[in-house]
Design a protein around this ligand. Structure first.
Ligand code: SF4
Length: 255
């Protein structure tokens, strides 16, 4: 017996292990748990500790579904359907529908509430003052380009007077957002404001109660933070937003 085997036997003996069962011939030894958790297992444990979206337990995890064969074609199809959609009353007041835009394989997806006046006019998400602030967060804060991420909203047509989308409108539009997220399969979703949080997490608690933890949308981590429009009115909340954005970046790096 060489010295290393002797040391191993001594330490097993000290730990109370008297005899190791010999693996049966022709049958592989059962896998032993490794000393270090994989990043995916660690992330899952963290989400379990942090919390999950109660309304989405029945929905399959995105990772358990076959990947969308052509995400670019699927996103283009969603955009075409959004532009023709008349499933809720917001179609009657929109100038242009705003499906969303960005990288087909984005690691980070930002989900806001709904288009405002500038978005309704241009057909693009987050292009007004709030959009400029989101651009600053992406470019100056995250050191990314807008084209590196995907940006969209819970409802794809502007609610009149920028009011909060009504529950039936958010529900009517839900399938489009679900399909976008299934096509992209991001590493992390950043929910901007209470409407996005409510839609993704099916959780009606105020945003302040949901910030600072990692949530779950069909197996994808979700970070809740303030909507840029709120930050324009409450600049002091930028400090907390930056904490949330750092967490988004951390999750995007880890996944
Ligand atoms: Fe259709 Fe959504 Fe626009 Fe309503 S908000 S008309 S569901 S695309």
């Amino acid at each position: 017996m060489d010295p290393s085997q002797e040391r191993l036997l001594r330490s097993m003996h000290a730990a109370g292990v008297r005899r190791m069962p010999a693996p049966r011939a022709g049958r592989p030894a059962p896998p032993q748990p490794g000393p270090r958790a994989t990043p995916a297992a660690a992330a899952q444990r963290e989400r379990a500790v942090s919390g999950s979206a109660p309304g989405l337990f029945a929905a399959p995890r995105l990772a358990s579904l076959p990947p969308v064969a052509d995400p670019e074609a699927e996103l283009a199809a969603v955009a075409r359907e959004v532009e023709a959609c008349r499933a809720c009353k917001l179609c009657g007041t929109r100038t242009r529908a705003v499906p969303g835009e960005g990288a087909t394989r984005a690691r980070i997806v930002f989900v806001g509430e709904g288009p405002g006046a500038d978005e309704d006019r241009t057909g693009r998400p987050f292009v007004g003052r709030a959009g400029q602030l989101l651009d600053d967060i992406i470019v100056k804060g995250m050191q990314l380009q807008r084209a590196d991420v995907f940006i969209c909203n819970v409802v794809k047509c502007r609610p009149p007077g920028n009011r909060v989308p009504e529950p039936d409108e958010a529900e009517a539009c839900a399938g489009f957002l679900d399909r976008q997220l299934a096509a992209i399969r991001p590493a992390v979703i950043c929910a901007l404001g209470a409407t996005a949080v409510r839609r993704l997490l099916r959780d009606d608690r105020p945003l302040g109660a949901l910030r600072g933890r990692t949530w779950d949308y069909r197996g994808v981590p979700v970070i809740a933070t303030y909507h840029p429009a709120y930050l324009l009115r409450n600049p002091s909340a930028k400090v907390q937003t930056w904490q949330d954005i750092r967490r988004v970046m951390e999750l995007a790096r880890k996944a």
